[in-house]
Design a protein around this ligand. Structure first.
Ligand code: SF4
Ligand code: SF4
Ligand code: FES
Length: 246
C-alpha cells in the first residue's frame, strides 16, 4: 500500500539516500527531510524558491526518468527516492566587469566550452524554474547578451542544469555573466537608482547609520518590528509615509 494514516494525517513512504521513512504527504521535500530527523545545515537558504540552495534529484521505482526540483518547493510523493545536491562543482571565470565588453568574444574567452553545447535540451528539462536554458545557451553562442539576460532572468543558480549537461558546461555562470554585461552596458540606466547612489556617495545616510550602530539590541528589534513594510500588492509609485531619508 502506498500510503498510511497517522493521527488523521496521510503518511507516504519516501527514501532519503536509500533509507525508507514515512512522512506526512503535506510536506515539501525540505520539511520531510527535517521530519525524518535530518538537520539542514547546508543546502537550505531562503525556503522560498529564490536562493537556489536546495537543488534535489529524485526517481520513482519503475521509471527511468531522473526528476529534479527545489526541495523547498516540491511536495513529497509516494516512493520518491531522493537526494539533495546542494552544491555542484562548476567552472567560474574571474573577470573585471569594467574591462570587458558585451560581445561574443567576451563570452567565448570566459567560457570557451560554450561551443561544446550539443543543443540536446537536457538543461531545459532539468530546470526547476522552467527556464529555456538551451535557448539562452544558443543566445550566448550567438553573442546575444540581451537575449541571454532576458531568458535567464529567473535563474536561481541551483546548478541542476549543470549537473546534467553532457557537454560539461556551467550554464548558470555563463548566464550571470550575460546579465552583468547587459546591466552594465546595454540596459537603460534607472534614474532613481543613480540618484540614490549619489545620495549614498554624498554621505546622506552616514548619521543614520552611526545612530543605528550605537543603538542597543532591544531598541533595534522594536524599530525593526515597527518598520513600515511595502505592501505586497503595492503599485510602482508606492513610497513610505516617513520620507526623512528619501
Ligand atoms: S545540457 Fe548542455 S549540451 Fe545540452 S543543450 Fe544544455 S548546455 Fe547544451
Ligand atoms: S538555469 Fe540552471 S541553475 Fe538556473 S535555475 Fe535553471 S537549472 Fe537552476
Ligand atoms: S531553500 Fe532557497 S530555493 Fe529552496
Amino acid at each position: 500500500m502506498a500510503t498510511k494514516e497517522k493521527a488523521g494525517e496521510e503518511l507516504v513512504p519516501i527514501f532519503i539516500m536509500g533509507k525508507r521513512y514515512e512522512v506526512p504527504s503535506s510536506l515539501t521535500i525540505q520539511k520531510a527531510l527535517e521530519y525524518a530527523g535530518y538537520q539542514l545545515v547546508r543546502g537550505c537558504g531562503c525556503r522560498g524558491g529564490i536562493c537556489g540552495a536546495c537543488g534535489t534529484v529524485y526517481r520513482f521505482p519503475e521509471s527511468y526518468k531522473i526528476e529534479v526540483g527545489l526541495a523547498c518547493q516540491t511536495m513529497v510523493q509516494p516512493n520518491m527516492y531522493l537526494t539533495q545536491i546542494p552544491f555542484f562543482p562548476a567552472t567560474k571565470t574571474v573577470y573585471d566587469i569594467e574591462k570587458i565588453k558585451p560581445t561574443i568574444e567576451t563570452l567565448m574567452k570566459a567560457y570557451p566550452e560554450l561551443l561544446r553545447c550539443l543543443q540536446c535540451n537536457t538543461c531545459t528539462k532539468s530546470c526547476p524554474m522552467d527556464i529555456e536554458v538551451m535557448d539562452y545557451m544558443a543566445a550566448a553562442m550567438r553573442g546575444d547578451v540581451t537575449r541571454l539576460a532576458e531568458l535567464s532572468f529567473d535563474c536561481v543558480m541551483c546548478g541542476l542544469c549543470t549537473s546534467r549537461c553532457p557537454a560539461e558546461i556551467c550554464q548558470y555562470n555563463i548566464a550571470i555573466l550575460g546579465r552583468r554585461l547587459y546591466a552594465k552596458y546595454v540596459a537603460e540606466k534607472a534614474e532613481h537608482l543613480a540618484s540614490m547612489v549619489k545620495m549614498v556617495d554624498t554621505g546622506r545616510y552616514e548619521s543614520m547609520l552611526k545612530e543605528l550602530m550605537n543603538t542597543d539590541e532591544e531598541t533595534l528589534k522594536k524599530l525593526y518590528t515597527a518598520r513600515e513594510v511595502e505592501p505586497e500588492q503595492a503599485d510602482e509609485y508606492w513610497t513610505p509615509k516617513d520620507k526623512t531619508y528619501l
